[in-house]
Design a protein around this ligand. Structure first.
Ligand SMILES: Nc1nc2c(ncn2[C@@H]2O[C@H](COP(=O)(O)OP(=O)(O)OP(=O)(O)O)[C@@H](O)[C@H]2O)c(=O)[nH]1
Ligand SMILES: [Mg+2]
Length: 256
């Protein structure tokens, strides 16, 4: 890539997280938000099993992999078939990266949606191959780990620790990428004792932060955290570097 092309490179966001955390909805809202600011956005879908996408996709793994036939032909269940699909897809990483190389020069953002089977990033070769190649192409490749915030406190008390354990593994494996944790579904009220007495968001965030930091201080204290609603669109300004000052004023941890 020549130096004139290097001057402009799309930021890459690789969006991952457990099934149902809201990755696809988050991508759809991010796309709308960024396009509303006049940014050129390229969207990649890496979920071979998704039925409905909430956004127009530019590059879709489903155009290359026939998920149903794969399950049938190899006699494997859906989870295994998702990982196999990704392995097959990224066995042609050169072709994928040729496209990415072109798009990084012509767009402002590349958003990559991924399946809830985060094993592909945790211990599968396809995750390594993808991350290594992306970061080689664009230093600003950021892994956004999406967590369903509405499940974090209350009856489902194992939800947050489970997520953090998984994230810790991911963090270890993808240290060469930038990272942020996105607490999604910020619009959903959480029915807890603490929640009942809190009147404003910042109070709750402090509680959540404290709980996280007490349990898994090191990794979380090093990681940016953002609170968004992929339904209302609140909180998406963090995607834009120009909003760093605003984020700092609001007390968010940000890296520059
Ligand atoms: N209230 C609320 N619901 C949300 C939000 N984000 C996603 N959802 C809902 O959560 C459900 C799951 O959202 P998806 O975007 O499909 O989640 P996903 O992480 O892509 O799921 P998988 O692809 O299956 O791993 C859907 O019913 C969404 O409408 C949010 O910010 N607020
Ligand atoms: Mg999805």
């Amino acid at each position: 890539m020549d130096s004139s092309k290097d001057a402009h490179k799309a930021k890459i966001f690789l969006v991952c997280g457990l099934a149902g955390s809201g990755k696809t909805t988050f991508i759809a809202k991010s796309r709308d938000y960024l396009q509303g600011l006049g940014k050129r956005v390229y969207v990649v879908n890496l979920d071979p099993a998704v039925v409905n996408l909430y956004y127009p996709v530019n590059l879709d793994i489903r155009d290359n992999i026939d998920f149903s036939s794969l399950c049938k032909d190899k006699n494997i269940g859906p989870n295994g078939a998702i990982l196999t699909s990704l392995n097959l897809f990224f066995s042609k990483i050169d072709q994928f990266m040729q496209i990415m190389e072109r798009k990084v020069a012509t767009h402002d953002y590349i958003l990559i949606d991924s399946p809830g089977q985060i094993e592909f990033l945790l211990w599968s070769a396809s995750g390594d191959v993808l991350c290594d190649n992306l970061v080689k192409l664009q230093k600003f490749t950021k892994l956004l780990y999406v967590i369903d915030k509405s499940k974090c406190i209350g009856t489902q008390s194992s939800f947050l620790p489970s997520n953090i354990l998984l994230y810790s593994g991911l963090y270890d494996r993808t240290r060469h990428l930038e990272h942020a944790i996105v607490f999604n579904k910020d619009d959903i009220p959480i029915a807890t004792k603490q929640n009942a007495v809190r009147n404003e968001q910042n109070g709750y965030r402090k509680e959540l932060d404290t709980e996280i930091l007490d349990s898994f201080g090191d990794i979380f204290s090093k990681t940016e955290r953002h609170f968004v609603s992929s339904v209302s669109g609140d909180g998406f300004y963090f995607l834009e570097k120009s909003n760093i000052k605003k984020l700092k004023q609001m007390g968010n941890r940000v890296t520059e």
